[in-house]
Design a protein around this ligand. Structure first.
Ligand code: PBE
Length: 307
C-alpha cells in the first residue's frame, strides 16, 4: 500500500512553508518597481539578494551554499530553505507579477515546460555538467526478491518520458494516476523493464524517495510496474540523506533517485559501499540556478554582491 501518512506530513509542511514564504514575499513586493531592471538597478537588489531554495539536505542546496562562498558575485546573498513545491509556487508568483526571482532548479522539471526559464551559466562548474539519475538496491535484494531486482536493474527512461509524467501531475493528476497512465501508454518500454522477471504473489517491496517532483514521477512509475507484476509496494518519503541511509541499512529495498556524479556525491561516498549500484535510469539531467528568461543576467557572474 502507499504511505499516505508521510504524504500528509509533507503537505502540512508544504502549507506552512508556503504561508511563511507568502508572508515574506508580501514585505517587499512593493519595493521593486517594474522598471527597475531597465533603469539598471542591480540584478540582486531587486531580488533582495535571496535565492529561493528547496528542502535542506538536497544536493542542490549544498551546491548553492558553495556557490555563495565561491562566487564574488554572490557575496552576501542568502539561500532560503523551503520545499520543492513552495519553490515552484514562488517562481510562479514572481512570473505572474513579472518580478525578478532566482531559484534552485533542475531538469527534468515541469516548470521548464510551463515557463520561459534559463539556467545561469556556472563558469566554476559547481553544479557540474550533465547529471545521471541512478538506481540503488539494498544488499541482498537480488537474492531475496530477484524479480523486483531485475525490474529495477532494467528500469531506464528519458528526460522526455519523466517530463510527461511530471506535467500530468502538475496539471492536477494524482501521482499514481499519472504513473498508471504513462505505464499503460508505454507497454513496449515496460516490457523491456520486466523482461525476464517473473510475476510474484504476496511479496512486499519498499521504495524510498524524496518529494522532488522528478522523483515523485519516477518512483510512482516504478511502483506501478512492480504492482503490475504482483508486488505490494510501499513508498516511503524521506530526505536525501535518510533515503541513502534507508537503502544502505536495508530499511528500504531500493530507490531510483541518486543524482550523480555531483549532486549526491557526498552521500554516495558515505553509504555507497553498503548498497548495490544499479546504474543510470535516466541520462541528461541537470541542476543549477534558474531564472525567468526576462531576468537580465546570463551567468552567476552577472549578479551583484550584496556588500
Ligand atoms: N534535486 C532533484 C535533487 C536531486 C533531484 C536536484 C532537487 C537534489 O538537489 O538533491
Amino acid at each position: 500500500m502507499f504511505n499516505f501518512k508521510k504524504g500528509l506530513t509533507g503537505l502540512a509542511l508544504f502549507l506552512s512553508l508556503t504561508l511563511i514564504l507568502a508572508a515574506c514575499g508580501g514585505n517587499n513586493s512593493g519595493d521593486s518597481s517594474e522598471g527597475s531592471s531597465e533603469s539598471g538597478s542591480s540584478v540582486g537588489e531587486e531580488m533582495d539578494y535571496e535565492i529561493v531554495g528547496i528542502e535542506p539536505g538536497a544536493g542542490i542546496m549544498k551546491a548553492t551554499t558553495s556557490a555563495i562562498e565561491e562566487y564574488d558575485s554572490l557575496k552576501g546573498w542568502e539561500l532560503i530553505e523551503s520545499s520543492s513545491a513552495a519553490m515552484a509556487a514562488e517562481l510562479g508568483k514572481a512570473i505572474e507579477d513579472e518580478e525578478p526571482v532566482i531559484v534552485t532548479g533542475w531538469t527534468p522539471h515541469w516548470m521548464f515546460a510551463k515557463y520561459d526559464l534559463k539556467y545561469l551559466e556556472d563558469p566554476q562548474g559547481l553544479y557540474g555538467e550533465e547529471e545521471n539519475i541512478e538506481t540503488f538496491a539494498r544488499d541482498g535484494l537480488k537474492e531475496d526478491k530477484s524479480s523486483a531486482h531485475t525490474i529495477l536493474d532494467q528500469f531506464k527512461w528519458s528526460p522526455e518520458d519523466m517530463n510527461a509524467v511530471m506535467v500530468e501531475i502538475q496539471e492536477g493528476a494524482q501521482p499514481e494516476e499519472a504513473a498508471k497512465n504513462w505505464v499503460n501508454e508505454h507497454t513496449d518500454m515496460v516490457e523491456e523493464w520486466t523482461n525476464g522477471a517473473d510475476e510474484v504473489e504476496d511479496e512486499e517491496i519498499s521504495l524510498a524517495y524524496v518529494a522532488w517532483d522528478s522523483e515523485i514521477a519516477s518512483t510512482n512509475v516504478v511502483a506501478q510496474v512492480l504492482m503490475s507484476m504482483g508486488y505490494d509496494v510501499e513508498l516511503t518519503q524521506l530526505d536525501a540523506a535518510s533515503m541513502f541511509i534507508a537503502v544502505s541499512e536495508g530499511d528500504a529495498d531500493a530507490m531510483v533517485a541518486g543524482w550523480l556524479p555531483i549532486t549526491h556525491a557526498d552521500l554516495l561516498d558515505e553509504y555507497g559501499d553498503t548498497m548495490e549500484r544499479l546504474g543510470p535510469n535516466l541520462e541528461g539531467a541537470k541542476t543549477g540556478l534558474v531564472v525567468p528568461s526576462y531576468v537580465e543576467a546570463d551567468s552567476i557572474e552577472d549578479l551583484k554582491p550584496a556588500e
